[in-house]
Design a protein around this ligand. Sequence first.
Ligand code: MN3
Length: 200
Amino acid sequence: MAFELPRLQYSYDALEPYIDAKTMEIHHSKHHQTYITNLNKALESYPELFEKSLEDLLANLDQIPESIRVAVRNGGGGHYNHTLFWQIIGPKSDSKPSENMNSLITDSFESFDNFKSEFNEKATKQFGSGWGWLCQDKSGKLVTLSTPNQDTPISSGLNPILGIDVWEHAYYLNYQNKRPDYINAFWEIINWEAVESNLK
Ligand code: MN3
């Protein structure tokens, strides 16, 4: 079955003033849709691959036929990353990390503030387009990292639980060249329940 654009659980203007409605609309209905269209187009030449899950495809890129590997990496990664991104943000609320989440963060980074500054630094310093991440490694420990383009941590055996899109298309209308301001605004709209539900 072909991959499809997931519905958002909130309206395009629900994240204002942190992310504006126009950015959300273009980002979801155009950018995300294009990754899905490209992924589906690539898989058409190997229809048996439609039976695999997106996670399976991305976790085993070396098993994808070479002629479509780059398209699956980019289109599939784009689909996976954006689907996660829409889930872990939401209308501003008093959402806070649970006790469990907080102690996982403290175990891995010594304090929440350390985690936040590490995460911000990775997201800010990712050169060009990419993503900043909080992931679980194989031992269950939390780590921060960034990835270029639409590369996704699951291709490196990590479990991403929180991610920020730092492609200019995610923030340029509102923030222009001020990526750090966008990253600061992101902290206001994190849905910590959704983040925690990504733990394995
Ligand atoms: Mn994007």
